[in-house]
Design a protein around this ligand. Structure first.
Ligand SMILES: [Zn+2]
Length: 133
């Protein structure tokens, strides 16, 4: 019994330190992405509206994320699952191709890229709205 308890504690410690490392890496990537005003000077604002669905949680969560010229041009959103490591939803492709085509609106769905605890544990339905200067 005690062995199992210790094993579980070790697992939890492991996950939280991996999460910590992942968070630090994420911060680094964010800084490397640079500012919106530099990367996409033609963009006045970006609004991402999403419904977040996590397996085992009945109620979908609504989230809105705004980007302005002073924001980092980093379009990777975190997975809200506590156990999820290195997960998230990458809207970089969607948004950069929208900007290239000066598209104002797009919608779609994405699954979390995290490998833990299992693929398909969460997904989002998103809508992106971009305003140009
Ligand atoms: Zn996840």
């Amino acid at each position: 019994m005690e062995g199992a308890f210790l094993f579980r504690r070790k697992m939890i410690n492991n996950i939280s330190s991996r999460k910590h490392t992942a968070r630090k890496e994420r911060l680094q990537q964010k800084h490397e992405a640079g500012f919106m005003s530099v990367q996409f000077p033609e963009v006045a604002s970006i609004v991402i509206n999403m419904m977040y669905n996590q397996r085992g949680i009945a109620k979908a969560l609504q989230r809105t994320v705004n980007f302005f010229p002073s924001s980092y041009a980093f379009f990777r959103l975190d997975c809200l699952s506590k156990e999820c490591v290195e997960g998230g939803f990458d809207l970089t492709q969607v948004i950069t191709s929208m900007i290239e085509n000066r598209k104002k609106a797009a919608k779609g769905e994405l699954s979390c890229e995290g490998r833990d605890p299992a693929a398909g544990h969460s997904e989002i339905a998103y809508e992106v709205a971009i305003q140009y200067t």
